[in-house]
Design a protein around this ligand. Structure first.
Ligand code: ZN
Ligand code: ZN
Ligand code: FE
Length: 748
């Protein structure tokens, strides 16, 4: 990977060992020739691995003798450019400890300079227009290096040797503060103004690394409520940013693993458990027992959040957009779109080439579990178990991420978003073109979902037609299974049990699937079990109405809509009559086996949530309530290819009538699914011998379900595969699509 300081590292290492020769970049790595005594060569070789720079990754290190050459010194020589070849591009990297120390060192010439960076840190992917990664190919091209910066850039022993975004107050980008279309302050004063206004409860748009954030004081109820109103976002949690770990620990419990993920170079938003005395207002993350925190990851963020009487060391930092539009990243566009939302703008003059949202993760089983893989991770490649044909897999409709493969690399894009507006579609198309150019990929195969109306599917059809390329359409839950396999470098023909549980995905029978127990691998699958179909009132719109889904489930189970049941009380008589006739006449009630909606129904029935402002909200509330000490569970009726929840609903209602508490009922519901998972896997093992289970789909973001299922399956002797590098939700399916498409057409 270029721009991680590997060549200068080799230069200083060779010099230290008194070796002569050279180092250069090639398309697939670094080539080194060194001359010297065998003993020095050996210790040089050892040191490459043990002392490598923090951002460098050594996949493979090959060495062998060459003929002795009489070099007089050690040199970094020009890269060998090979047409069609590529170098991996580094993701953006959070500020390194050295730069952070310099930022706050009054004797340093970059003291308080918001764009300080070096070979070990700073912007990368968001500023690259093309490869090779040289300054003219970045958005830093317009800034001419001053003599001091140039000297550092040219000195192989300097931390800023060939650091493309290198800059200083004399020659680099600057910040300014705008309000009402006018510049109010510049440089240091601009940051000061922003700090003061935030402290006073104002809402500001702040230009960062991959786009604009909207920021405000998370301890001010008025500010947070106003932000919700302006963003038209009712309940979805806002992310928070803190100056340091101390600030985060004032509000949340942080485990050792969470702490290291927060401080990792990727600096994702990490989902943490709130402290009982947390002073952050409930409106920041309504109904949640958790908060999403990230550490300041750029020098500008550090200056904004630096503790002081005039400022806050914790801020809400949510994406700069209204409801579900993509995050704003171009200055003109940001001013236009965000002016109605922000009281002022803290902007800077370094252009952002591509918009990249913050990543989101949580810790599961002491390891990072990604919910959104974007800034800091993309465009790092996922290493495939073997080389495959070049595939463009376009992903799904929600949380879209596309994937391009080349050899044994899979490049998963940054988060594109929900493909429901023109802006997102454009960002998707531009993104694909950008990745194809950066990584010199010409797809030979196009892969997409089965759903004919997904925007991504239509794009794939057009691409395939225009380029005369084979198009492979892949069932959504099969893609989830394959994604989990690829995430685990699975490279075996042994059939795996896929528990693909999510909200929605088109099935091969035209129904909306979502609780799919599959057996198979990349090359195919068989559908063994699923929830008994239930009519979904209003189709996709049901996502927002858990109460209606609950009533549909009761109706199907032959249980009365008794007047005191929470979802029955939610609907007026007229609505219930309409719903009943819809169900009877099968009008606008597509059959579904969605696991997400099943959770929604349980949440409504237990009286937790009847209406949801975003998908999964009712299920999240239900999970939050679970009493971890409760062991009870309910039975499903497992027959043929179905598991029917009728007995579960009956038993649950009986417990509810008997006065069981919500935490107990929520726990029993979760436990029921854990037991069901074990039962289904055991039945399949008996039938087929399969003993590996892969857990994929958005429902597996439910920690209670995930951790307990792993425990239960493992103690019964199953090997359990879960996601590690890509999200279990639809942000990961493009990887599965790519693998399935490549394997399907392998021999053609
Ligand atoms: Zn640095
Ligand atoms: Zn300079
Ligand atoms: Fe899905």
């Amino acid at each position: 990977m270029q721009g991680v300081g590997f060549r200068p590292f080799i230069y200083s290492l060779a010099t230290r060992h008194n070796l002569t020769g050279w180092v250069r970049n090639t398309s697939r790595g670094v080539e080194i020739e060194v001359n010297g005594p065998a003993q020095d060569l050996q210790s040089f070789l050892n040191a490459i691995r043990t002392e490598k720079p923090p951002l460098a990754r050594i996949d493979q290190l090959d060495s062998g003798p060459c003929k002795s050459n009489s070099f007089t010194g050690f040199e970094i020589i020009a890269s060998q450019a090979e047409p069609g070849q590529f170098n991996p591009v580094s993701p953006d990297v959070s500020i390194c400890p050295d730069c952070q120390a310099e930022l706050f060192d009054p004797t340093n010439r970059r003291f308080r300079y918001p764009f300080i960076n070096c070979t070990n840190c700073g912007p990368r992917f968001t500023i690259i227009k093309d490869i090779p990664y040289d300054r003219p190919q970045t958005t830093m091209a317009g800034f001419t290096l001053c003599p001091d910066c140039q000297a550092e850039y040219d000195n192989p022993l300097d931390r800023r040797f060939h650091a493309q975004p290198v800059a200083c107050p004399a020659c680099g980008p600057q910040v300014s503060f705008f309000s009402g279309g006018k510049v109010l302050a510049e440089r240091e004063a601009a940051i000061k103004t922003a700090r003061q206004l935030l402290k006073q409860g104002k809402i500001l748009a702040i230009k960062g690394l991959g786009g604009y954030h909207l920021a405000c004081d998370p301890t001010s109820r008025a500010a947070v409520a106003e932000l919700r109103l302006r963003k038209k976002r009712s309940d979805k949690p806002f992310a928070l940013m803190a100056f340091n770990m101390d600030a985060i620990e004032r509000y949340c419990h942080v485990t050792a693993e969470e702490s290291s993920l927060l401080q990792s170079v990727q600096r994702p938003v990490v989902i943490l458990k709130k402290r009982p005395d947390c002073a952050i207002v409930l409106e920041a993350a309504p109904f949640q027992a958790t908060l999403g925190f990230m550490l300041a990851y750029t020098p500008l963020h550090l200056l904004l959040l630096e503790p002081g009487d005039d400022a806050l060391d914790v801020l809400i930092m949510t994406s700069g957009n209204q409801s579900e539009e993509p995050i704003a990243y171009l200055d003109d566009e940001a001013f236009e779109r965000l002016s109605p939302l922000a009281d002022g703008f803290l902007v800077h003059s370094r252009p952002i080439h591509i918009r990249v949202d913050d990543s989101v993760a949580r810790i599961i089983q002491k390891k990072p579990y990604l919910i959104r893989r974007s800034r800091g991770y993309a465009p790092d490649s996922i290493q495939l178990a073997e080389g495959i044909k070049s595939v463009l897999a376009v992903g799904g409709e929600l949380k879209n991420v596309f994937c391009l493969t080349r050899d044994d690399y899979a490049f998963l894009s940054h988060h594109i978003g929900d493909m429901e507006n023109y802006e997102t579609l454009r960002s998707f198309e531009d993104g694909i073109a950008h990745y194809e150019r950066l990584f010199r990929i010409k797809p030979e195969i196009i892969a997409c979902d089965l759903h004919p109306n997904y925007m991504a599917t239509r794009y794939a059809q057009q691409r395939a037609e225009a380029g005369q390329l084979p198009l492979v359409q892949i069932q959504h839950h099969h893609a989830h299974l394959a994604s989990c396999l690829a995430d685990n470098s699975w490279n075996s023909e042994e059939p795996v049990i896929g528990l693909s549980y999510d909200g929605t995905g088109l099935g091969t029978d035209g129904a909306i699937w979502g609780s799919e127990v599959l057996v198979g691998g990349y090359r195919g699958y068989q559908r063994y079990y699923h929830l008994t179909y239930v009519p979904l009132p209003g189709g996709d719109a049901a996502t927002h109405h858990p109460a209606r889904v609950a009533l549909a489930y009761l109706w199907q189970a032959g249980l009365d809509w008794e007047f005191d049941l929470p979802p029955v009380m939610e609907l007026c008589e007229n609505d219930r009559t309409i719903l009943q006739s819809m169900l009877r006449a099968k009008i606008n009630t597509p059959p579904t086996s969605s696991m997400g909606r099943f959770f929604d129904a349980a949440s409504a029935l237990i009286g937790v949530r009847q209406e949801a402002s975003y998908e999964g909200q009712a299920a999240i509330d239900l999970e939050t309530l679970v009493d971890p000490t409760e062991r009870g569970y309910y039975q499903f009726d497992v027959k043929e290819n179905e598991f029917n929840p009728a007995p579960l609903w009956q038993a649950l209602l009986k417990d509810w009538r008997a006065g069981a508490s919500q935490p107990v009922l929520a726990a029993r519901f979760h436990n029921s699914l854990v037991e069901l998972n074990l039962e289904l896997c055991s039945r399949i093992r008996k039938q087929t011998g399969a003993k590996v289970a892969a857990l994929s789909g958005g429902v597996w973001q439910n920690r209670v379900l995930l951790e307990n299922t792993i425990l239960r399956l493992e103690s019964a002797g199953f090997q359990v595969l879960i996601h590690h590098q890509v999200p279990s939700n639809d942000g990961g399916i493009a990887l599965g699509q790519a693998m399935i498409a490549a394997k399907t057409l392998e021999n053609r």
